[in-house]
Design a binder for this molecule. Sequence first.
Ligand code: PLP
Length: 437
Amino acid sequence: MHNTGVSVSNTEGSWLHSWLAKCGDLMELRASHRMMDAVIDEIDGRRIRIGDHWLSDFASCNYLGFDLEPEIMDSISRYVRRWGTHPSWSRLLGSPVLYEQIEERLLCLLGAEDTLVLPTITLIHNSVIPVLAGDGTVFLDGRAHKTIYDGVMIAASHGATVKRFRHNDFEHLAELLRESQTTPRLICMDGVNSMTGNTPHLPSFARLAREYDALLYVDDAHGFGIIGERSPFELCDWGSRGNSIINYYGESYDNIILVGGFSKAYSSLLAFLALPTSIKNLLKVAAPPYLYSGPSPVASLATVLAGFKVNEQRGDAIRKNLHRKTAAILDCLRHLDVYTPNETGFPVIEIQLAEPDRIKEVGHYLFDRGIYVTMAAYPLVPRHEVGFRIQVTAANSDAEIEQLIEVLHEVSQRFPLRQASGSRVKRRSQGHVLKVV
Ligand SMILES: Cc1ncc(COP(=O)(O)O)c(C=O)c1O
């Protein structure tokens, strides 16, 4: 057993020492940087106060601004008065009818055979991937989100074989599927990528899953609420209704399990699977979070239900507004010749430094100029991708967008950012192009 009482100065050769060495860059950044592990003292719209410093927040994933929607905030007390703050049964012991209502609403929105909600996507990956993989083979995208990777590693510890295919490379996946003899076969990958904002070409992966009798397991944590079914009446090229990547591509759910979450676009602690009823019933007795985990707080169930209503009534208009704000930032980057892998206009904009060692300086500059972003430090990202990520939400005011654009001009003059022209990345290989805005 690890000796967790050991002091940090006395760790040479120990497990703790090797972890500290592995995470050295990130630990140093965390300890020295105000934009990491920060305590937020107060918020005012999308402005946040850290100590005596007010900043515009471009680091939250509350894409639709539902965390600040009066109609959604006001819904909570009614539900809490009726259900208390926390049901505290695991779902197998008893689910308030609110869960049934959420699953039904999801069903209508997604058009899947069935849905199952559990507290978080992380819990879903850790518990569901091992069940679906059994002692078969998991085909894992080479750059799948860490939470998917961890779920797959748990599956491996239960006897599954893991094969990794190059990021977004369905031809490589086809080769691996051709060579594989064992069943079941599970393909695990992201929908909208959390760093680039790009999507994989889902129809190609779905076709392979059907051809090789595999199950395609897609985590669309970021896409849900933003991209959706295409329609001649859509207000922007993300599609309509925010009903996720499967609908965005007009795919059926045959051989596909979709995982999504409410913790980003819907600002609530809850997650879901869209899946066949037979698998739902299996998971009710085989997935530990359904059997044993504490449930989501009633406040979150309430905000999900109220969020569905706002999405139905005003969601497309909110997305159109968010699309416009994001496009303004992407236009600015194009004008500055600053590289971003974002090819979709999605409200996640990654900017990479030409000199990764200057990450701290860049972070301090942004902070001093009142801009709060997500720092993408090594080892969270490979060294050549070190930089920062801007997340835009519908609740960011136009004035905040203008402030960000002004600061991006300054940053591009003071620091060497990776340029769009002469980029080392083959842009089209990163994912499907929706439209370059
Ligand atoms: C792609 C992806 N999957 C899963 C998660 C974790 O989701 P949850 O908070 O529901 O566990 C995140 C959060 O960053 C994510 O970006």
